[in-house]
Ligand binder design. Structure first.
Ligand code: C2E
Ligand code: MG
Ligand code: MG
Ligand code: MG
Length: 280
């Protein structure tokens, strides 16, 4: 009987594995189609300068509408990475975002920041592809930041691609800082310009903030300053968190408190309302 039950469990397991695999295959097929059918597009979230309270840049975030529904990036990006589709999707996303941001940069001096995956960094033609997109869209290299998560950055630190991007004036940001396995001793060796403090450090600030949480954030900001990195706090959701980060001298902030990711038309409206200022 025990053997039979085990067999049934195995059958159920196989079945759910098969269901998962076919769902993954369906997603991959949909993503391949999204490259050309317009269902892939970008949302933009303001990056705000704490000194002035106005936006100075935007982070481009990929969106995919499948049928009537938005699929979260947390679901489709990993599948795009596993299937290698992230290369083509990432290039498409970068082109869409640069084309959009070229106007915003011209009119309001704002910068664009775009997320990049490990697969893209491993492509020896990546720098050339980025430069071609900049040339085609008219966005200056100095107005572009590429965001790379901490663990990927450590893997890629010894590849020439980061150096060649930076040599052309493109800045590199460490995304989700504090969630990877980097040793602090490594930070000075990483070819980066901007440090984005992970949401988990910001979200923990209660009202009133606990002293140990405040010292932790202060320490990360001090670390960034000591390494000449521009700090950005991610995931600022409350007025209390916003005030705290301003008091701690965090130069740039991002989060629902300032604005959720929105479509390009909504950013146009914000710009008409003069919510943006020239980039620092
Ligand atoms: P990320 O780059 O760290 O982006 C920040 C995420 O936090 C975004 O989620 C954003 O919508 C969300 N967020 C912003 N402010 C707040 C806040 O105040 N509270 C909370 N709870 N969340 C906030 P999203 O758009 O779902 O993207 C998730 C992740 O997917 C991104 O994390 C990034 O790692 C990846 N991703 C998104 N677009 C792209 C892309 O074009 N290429 C690549 N390779 N990855 C992307
Ligand atoms: Mg990011
Ligand atoms: Mg992040
Ligand atoms: Mg991330």
């Amino acid at each position: 009987a025990a053997k039979q039950a085990g067999g049934a469990r195995t059958a159920r397991f196989d079945e759910s594995l098969r269901a998962e695999q076919s769902e993954r295959a369906r997603t991959a097929a949909g993503l391949r189609q999204a490259l050309t059918d317009g269902s892939l597009f970008m949302h933009y979230q303001p990056v705000v300068d704490t000194a002035s309270g106005r936006a100075t840049g935007v982070e481009a975030l990929m969106r995919w509408r499948r049928g009537g529904e938005l699929v979260p990036p947390g679901v489709f990006i990993p599948i795009a990475e596993q299937t290698g589709l992230i290369g083509a999707l990432g290039t498409r996303a970068l082109r869409l975002a640069c084309a959009q941001a070229a106007t915003w940069h011209r009119e309001h001096g704002l910068y664009l920041t775009v997320n990049v995956s490990t697969h893209q960094l491993r492509d020896p033609g990546f720098t050339a592809a980025v430069l071609e997109i900049l040339a085609d869209t008219g966005l200056p290299a100095a107005a572009l930041v590429l965001e790379i998560t901490e663990s990927v950055l450590i893997d890629a630190a010894d590849t020439p691609v980061l150096g060649s991007l930076r040599a052309h004036g493109i800045r590199i940001a460490i995304d989700d800082f504090g969630t990877g396995y980097s040793s602090l001793a490594y930070l000075h060796a990483l070819p980066v310009d901007i440090l984005k403090i992970d949401q988990s450090f910001i979200r923990r600030h209660e009202d009133p903030p606990r002293p140990q949480d405040v010292s932790l954030t202060r320490a990360i900001l001090e670390l960034a300053r000591s390494q000449d990195l521009l700090a950005v706090a991610e995931g600022v959701e409350t007025a209390g968190q916003a005030e705290l980060l301003r008091d701690l001298g965090c130069p740039l902030v991002q989060g629902y408190h300032y604005g959720r990711p929105v479509d390009a038309a909504a950013i146009d409206t914000l710009m008409r309302e003069d919510a943006f200022q020239p980039a620092a």
